[in-house]
Write a protein that binds this ligand. Structure first.
Ligand SMILES: *[C@@H]1O[C@H](CO)[C@@H](O)[C@H](O)[C@H]1NC(C)=O
Ligand SMILES: *[C@@H]1O[C@H](CO)[C@@H](O)[C@H](O)[C@H]1NC(C)=O
Ligand SMILES: *[C@@H]1O[C@H](CO)[C@@H](O)[C@H](O)[C@H]1NC(C)=O
Ligand SMILES: *[C@@H]1O[C@H](CO)[C@@H](O)[C@H](O)[C@H]1NC(C)=O
Length: 396
């Protein structure tokens, strides 16, 4: 242990802040040893807690001493990245560090993922009306071509393919929507919506909420239970470790940089395509659209995502499917309730302790209502919603 000896030597020489007893009578041997041992322990703690790069505590003594100590301590075990990981990381880093694309008029892309007909086109029309130039609409209808009843939706269908719930075809459809919407350089934020989604506020409120922040509203939480980490497969190693596995609702909104990263990714996408699926490892039912983006963004840009989705859904009945609103449920009070929620709740799937995690919704440093959209609404709620939109929706 050559380095060890060196560490000791530097340690002794550098510690000057204790009063030097040189001119006094030498200390008695046991006291001297205690002082020496304490100093060295303090030093080791310093080197461990503050690695030499950060150097805060080391500064107290001297960088020379800490360097020697860190040489002596075992290096942190680091995994060697694969070629595709190195390539992927550099692409992602470059995209994240590039300044956001500036355009004259920033638009929001509203991307509808639907099996067919969109029952709330009339409501969305009220929402979009008067805000031309600030939004664009894209429709991915995976089963039947919808007959559009609103001018904002006519000719907005993109080429689509069959989507099967819980399969990778869901992610493929999301990427297809993003790729189409990215073609318009004015689109700065991308919202994924379903046929049962409704807006909860007037357009300006939504526009300002999404554009005047620098995060993507992507739902992401840690679920150690069977429907969270229980779905993880070790086939995803080495790139995706179980400690990074996350869960979240599919309905995201993301900024342009993040949309670009999703389109650029093939490494992590293929891991989830191949190993996050029904019947994996003889029975795991992994659902790619609940895990791919939350896990991916948790790994590559955790500070860049809000960790909640701006689309509300009510799971409080704790059934296999969320609450679905019928005509009689849609009242002024319901809209008021949904728009006043300002904490996001995540329920994990552990059997014993149904762990509920509540986080305030923080937007640019202030707590604000979490939700701009909500689901799932039955088509029969349209008339009530149209009425409420005119009188009870807020614009700011
Ligand atoms: C977002 O902006 C805030 C300040 O406005 C900044 O502190 C933060 O680092 C930014 N986050 C990202 C992901 O760019
Ligand atoms: C989202 O959660 C991660 C931890 O999982 C955290 O590091 C990050 O700061 C959170 N994002 C925001 C915007 O608070
Ligand atoms: C609205 O919230 C209040 C208070 O939590 C609750 O008592 C009421 O039942 C809710 N109403 C609707 C329509 O959800
Ligand atoms: C909702 O609209 C009604 C009129 O239809 C009005 O009396 C009420 O104050 C409105 N409520 C809110 C919260 O805007």
């Amino acid at each position: 242990m050559k380095g060890g000896a060196q560490g000791w030597r530097f340690g002794m020489g550098d510690v000057q802040i204790f009063p030097g007893p040189r001119h006094r009578a030498p200390l008695k041997r046991p006291v001297w040893i205690i002082v020496l041992v304490s100093m060295v322990s303090l030093f080791l703690v310093c080197a461990y807690v503050y690695p030499p790069q950060s150097g805060t505590a080391c500064y107290l003594f001297s960088s020379r001493g800490c360097k020697a100590l860190s040489d002596w301590l075992p290096p942190a075990p680091a995994r060697e990245f694969t070629d595709s990981e190195i390539a992927s990381r550099i692409v992602i880093r470059e995209i994240l560090s590039a300044p956001p694309v500036k355009s004259k008029t920033s638009k929001i892309a509203f991307m509808f993922l639907t099996p067919g007909q969109l029952p709330f086109e009339k409501l969305w029309e009220k929402f979009f009306n008067g805000h031309e130039g600030k939004f664009s609409v894209y429709v991915h209808a995976s089963n039947n071509k919808p007959v559009h009843v609103s001018r904002y939706f006519v000719n907005r269908d993109i080429r689509s393919e069959r989507v099967i719930w819980g399969k990778i075809s869901m992610i493929d459809a999301e990427r297809r929507l993003l790729a189409n919407a990215m073609q318009d350089p004015d689109n700065q934020h991308f919202v994924l919506l379903s046929d049962s989604c409704i807006p909860l506020h007037k357009f300006d409120y939504v526009y300002n909420y999404l554009l005047y922040t620098n995060v993507s509203f992507l739902d992401c939480f840690y679920d150690p239970g069977p429907h969270g980490n229980g779905r993880y497969s070790e086939h995803m190693l080495p790139e995706v470790e179980i400690k990074d596995f996350r869960k979240g609702a599919q309905w995201f909104s993301m900024k342009r940089q993040h949309a670009m990263i999703v389109l650029a990714d093939s490494l992590y996408y293929s891991k989830f395509r191949d190993y996050c699926k029904h019947g994996m490892d003889g029975g795991k039912n992994c659902i790619a659209d609940e895990h791919y983006l939350p896990t991916f963004f948790h790994m590559i840009d955790p500070q860049g995502i809000a960790n909640w989705s701006v689309t509300n859904v009510d799971w409080s009945e704790r059934k296999w499917h969320p609450k679905s609103y019928k005509a009689h449920d849609v009242t002024r009070e319901l809209i008021k309730n949904l728009t006043s929620i300002d904490v996001s709740v995540h329920v994990t799937s552990e059997e014993k302790s149904l762990d509920v995690d509540e986080q305030p919704c923080i937007w640019n440093g202030i707590q604000r209502p979490c939700y701009l959209f909500a689901r799932k609404f039955h088509p029969e709620t349209l008339d009530n919603l149209l009425q409420l939109f005119s009188s009870n929706y807020t614009a700011r």
